[in-house]
Design a protein around this ligand. Structure first.
Ligand SMILES: [Zn+2]
Length: 118
């Protein structure tokens, strides 16, 4: 599984978690479905490949303002809980992230400018 697939799956889990708690549904409600679809497209189009660390550290703000805000709320709720709900996925994702950060993290802010040769 590459980084993008992993990220999509993780985002799906996080949105599901948020939706179940806040929107009273067994499956995703229309607005959460739309947010997931939106995130999916953004991840597919992301140009950072496997060297990307995480969207929260990304210096390219590819989300529209209102979507970014929705996503922030999802992350705020699901972030601390996702480890319990999808431990395997979370661990895999964290490994990816750590590796990317070790390699200079293609798009991480603190490395900006230092890592032009990758
Ligand atoms: Zn929902």
């Amino acid at each position: 599984m590459d980084r993008k697939e992993l990220e999509k799956k993780l985002i799906h889990e996080m949105i599901s978690l948020f939706c179940r708690k806040h929107h009273d549904g067994r499956s995703l409600c229309p607005s959460c479905l739309e947010l997931e679809d939106y995130a999916d497209k953004k991840i597919s189009r992301c140009s950072y490949g496997d060297q990307k660390t995480s969207c929260s550290k990304c210096t390219t703000h590819c989300y529209a303002k209102n979507k970014a805000e929705e996503m922030r709320q999802v992350m705020r709720y699901s972030g601390p809980r996702i480890m319990l709900n999808a431990p395997l996925l979370t661990i895999k994702y964290l490994c990816y992230k750590r590796r990317a950060e070790k390699n200079g993290g293609g798009n991480a802010k603190k490395f900006a400018g230092k890592n032009s040769t990758d």
